[in-house]
Design a protein around this ligand. Sequence first.
Ligand code: PLP
Length: 405
Amino acid sequence: MIVDDILRTPGAVRDAERWTAHNYHPLPVVISSAEGSWLTDVDGRRYLDCLAGYSALNFGHRHPQLIAAAHAQLDRLTLTSRAFIHDQFADFCRELAELCGKDLVLPMNTGAEAVETGIKVARKWGYQVKGVAADQANIVVAEGNFHGRTTTIVSFSTDEDARADFGPYTPGFTVVPYGDLEALAAAIDENTVAVLLEPIQGEQGVVVPPEGYLPGVRQVCTERNVLFIADEIQSGLGRTGATFACDHEGVVPDMYLLGKALGGGIVPVSAVAANADVLGVLKPGQHGSTFGGNPLACAVAIEVVRLLATGEFQRRSAELGERLRAGLEGLVGKGLVAVRVRGLWAGLDIDPALMSGREACERLAERGVLAKDTHGSTIRLAPPLVITEEEIDLAVAQLAAVLTA
Ligand SMILES: Cc1ncc(COP(=O)(O)O)c(C=O)c1O
């Protein structure tokens, strides 16, 4: 009780639980401010952010260039709807299209909306360009996928928590094992319009497919006249040490789905980028969003694209990722059973006999490091790309302490 009287956290946690649907199980930490890689809670405790908003904060909290763009835009124009054109729109679309090496961009808000957009575009492309019979379009997806939470997207999830009791499910999806090229090729038929994959499965625990898989998918899709849709919502925009996770294997998909970091940790911004023969199938009235491509979103996202165009963040992620890898690999056999690292993105499998991922994250939080468990005893580290070498060492040292305590 005495502690409750002094600290603001317990009451704030209770109030949050009292007034919200329990669709999340957050760590009992109540954040009130942040800068760069660091968060401060309502009681003044500081935490190193090793989740970065599931990669929405790739540039850290309150990156000065992004905050300045947001402030300037707030003072001029915030929303027009797409009924009119605003002066940030073309620059955003052009600069993002150039970053992606694609002709066109379709802006939306959340990641799930980008995925829904990709599905709709692929189906329309299938009927209008490929010549698939009406209502027969099929999309091949992977086991263990995470593409969002809408009713259509959970229809092809293989995670029962995400899917159960949300039926009836949207038809038109075939699920194949992730990383199995033969199974994927076998699932494609004349009605297949697209293969939709995460180039690295984030929610599944940063699962990297076998080398050669993504180029193989690219080749099969080209040969069978099927669109390759890469969901780079979590893996893209610098996280893995390249602009896109597909870049590591020299693969260019037909459609990039982007989100999270595109909004600079300030506003939700998502987008689909593709060439005109694909995105060109949409005509006025067939798709849209009141807030998609709004002036504030575009002003921030333009600066995000400019930060990425420098290559600095991709370089940092690649270089610092090697330090993170070395540190984490040193813990294999000392509480960790496996680690998977790509850039500043790591999936860690903790020895389940030792503790659950949740317990590990709670203990890390007590030591001033915030991370998030995913399935069972797996946790994911995805620090902001502005993290320093010393901060990486600190995170690894605290993890070592948690595993050996
Ligand atoms: C790969 C991937 N796709 C889509 C989404 C959905 O994004 P949002 O939560 O913004 O709808 C996520 C979110 O974690 C994701 O990781």
